[in-house]
Design a protein around this ligand. Structure first.
Ligand code: NAD
Ligand code: IPM
Ligand code: MN
Length: 361
């Protein structure tokens, strides 16, 4: 069979610390389950590359990366060196848009051994997916500044929702909801205040729901939805939201399950015309970079989502089980500080790698 070709892009900050463990865990899964994974590493899409070249990416990046099945991505951003909107619009957001990765799929799951800041919650109580629109919406490049430097200085940035763009992410979310036992879909809206785009979003949800009579649909305005994430997380099964709402919910959800350090993310081009991108939800965390204490689970779990996406079900199941087993043991010397431990990126990464090999033998 053909190898799965993976472009490895560590990026900045803790992206460079967690990436080696992500790759090693994937290599362990490949060894254990005889998968043919091919890795090639790139130094672009980092602020170091920007300082050398004046750009985040080489001119031929699209052809170079377009040859891969998957992009395995760490994190980008060093706001002291390069403004965030420059580094992110020059890399990650470009990948999402130019490779048409219109679904951003992010699990929120309370894992064994990971303390939740919500009182009294057990694994199983919080287990849902955030499906985030990933190519349009509030993240738009339409707008500008006028009357600069005067009292009339004005900035405008348009939210763009297209029927194609909204419908395709809704269809993905409804399909996902239909495939799960609870068959429940929650839509994030704000149609009381955002009076043009959000009523349109609601209208498309209602229209799509007609094609999925077996899926129970509800919607909440984003403000109360954030409150329900904290107070009634058991309500949710699949939560679909616009680009910005999905972004916010996918940090809040994992925070409710203990730490954003474990949360993974799949930026999918479902038809496979372009590579999909797999990354942790978290960023480059300059505040802890260089100490070797970053939680590598988000990066490793993103690799697990990659195997799942490409149909390596057995290897993917073993990787998830390995993560659960190691977290579940909650050994203080192994787990990282964000989960209450004294361990390091290395101790946790290597424990999961060993567990993958053990599960397969
Ligand atoms: P962040 O996710 O980098 O960090 C937020 C907080 O969570 C920090 O206190 C950090 O120490 C902690 N944290 C994050 N990941 C962790 C991990 N794996 N283990 C332990 N603790 C972890 O978000 P931020 O501080 O808003 O952003 C920092 C930089 O990263 C900015 O440049 C931002 O634009 C960028 N960013 C990039 C991505 C991405 O590349 N996908 C995502 C989010 C933020
Ligand atoms: C994420 C990040 C990005 C986003 C930033 C870094 C542009 O927060 O992947 O969630 O807003 O999409
Ligand atoms: Mn985010």
């Amino acid at each position: 069979s053909k190898p799965l070709k993976i472009a490895v892009i560590p990026g900045d900050g803790i992206g460079t610390e967690v990436m080696p463990h992500g790759v090693r865990c994937l290599q362990a899964a490949a060894k254990a389950f005889q998968l043919d994974l091919e890795f090639e590493e790139f130094d672009f899409a980092s602020c170091a590359y920007y300082r050398q070249h004046g750009d985040m990416l080489p001119a031929d990046w699209k052809a170079t990366l377009g040859r891969f099945d998957a992009l395995y991505f760490g994190a980008v951003g060093m706001p002291d060196q390069v403004p965030d909107h420059v580094s992110l619009w020059g890399s990650l957001l470009k990948f999402r848009r130019e490779f048409d990765q219109y679904v951003n799929l992010r699990p929120c799951r309370l894992m064994p051994g990971v303390p939740s800041p919500l009182a009294g919650r057990q694994p199983g109580d919080i287990d849902f997916w955030v499906v985030r629109e990933n190519t349009e919406g509030e993240y738009s490049s339409i707008g500008g500044k006028i009357f600069e430097g005067t009292d009339r200085e004005t900035v405008v940035q348009e939210t763009v929702m297209t029927r194609t763009g909204v419908d395709r992410v809704l269809r993905y979310a409804f399909d996902l909801a239909r495939s799960r036992p609870r068959r429940k879909l929650t839509s994030a809206t704000k149609s009381n205040g955002i009076s043009i785009t959000m009523p349109y979003w609601d209208e498309r949800v209602a229209e799509m729901a007609k094609a999925y009579p077996e899926v129970a649909v509800d919607k909440y305005h984003i403000d109360i939805l954030t409150a329900h994430f904290v107070q009634r997380p058991g309500l949710f099964d699949v939560v679909v939201g616009s680009n910005l709402f999905g972004d916010i919910l996918s940090d809040l959800g994992p925070a409710c399950t203990g730490t954003i350090g474990i949360a993974p993310s799949a930026n999918l081009n479902p038809a496979g015309a372009f590579p999909s991108l797999f990354e942790p939800v978290h960023g480059s965390a300059p505040d802890i970079f260089g100490r070797g204490v970053a939680n590598p689970v988000g990066m490793i779990w993103a690799g697990q989502m990659m195997l799942e996406h490409f149909g390596y079900a057995e290897a993917a199941a073993a990787m998830l089980k390995a993560i659960e087993n190691v977290l579940g043991r909650a050994e203080p010397e192994v787990i990282t500080a964000d989960m209450g431990g004294k361990g390091s990126t290395k101790s946790l990464g290597e424990a999961i790698e060993q567990e993958i090999l053990k599960l397969a033998s």
